[in-house]
Design a protein around this ligand. Structure first.
Ligand SMILES: [Cu+2]
Length: 119
């Protein structure tokens, strides 16, 4: 292969890698919780990914700071929980995951999402 072609190919592969990294490489922050975890609802869930241990009871201490009514309800389908979140008030939700894997939670309209990773 000519040096020029090699250079172009290398650049091309590098560029594709860079684009891939830009769109897919951003690692979301996963927070490990033991018996409790604070979740702030403000333009989404912070943190939006939580790591829990199977069979261990965890209290999600959720405080909504976003006046957007879209976020006033939180639903955890896997745990059959649906809670109203008053503005600036902490709501405690106790869960004890029984299955290893990933379960989601979301707002009342299913527009904002978070997930719980059970291990
Ligand atoms: Cu919503």
């Amino acid at each position: 292969m000519e040096l020029n072609k090699l250079l172009v190919t290398t650049l091309g592969v590098g560029l594709v890698g860079l684009i891939y990294w830009f769109f897919f490489g951003k690692k979301e922050e996963v927070v490990r919780a033991s018996s409790e975890i604070n979740i702030i609802v403000d333009g989404g869930y912070k943190p939006a990914a939580i790591r829990l241990k199977k069979g261990i009871k965890t209290t999600l201490k959720i405080t909504r700071k976003d006046p957007n009514t879209c976020l006033e309800e939180i639903i955890l389908p896997e745990f059959k929980i649906k809670k109203y979140l008053p503005l600036n008030e902490q709501v405690d939700i106790e869960i004890t995951p029984q299955k290893v894997g990933e379960v989601g939670f979301h707002c009342g309209m299913n527009m904002y999402h978070g997930k719980i990773i059970v291990e």
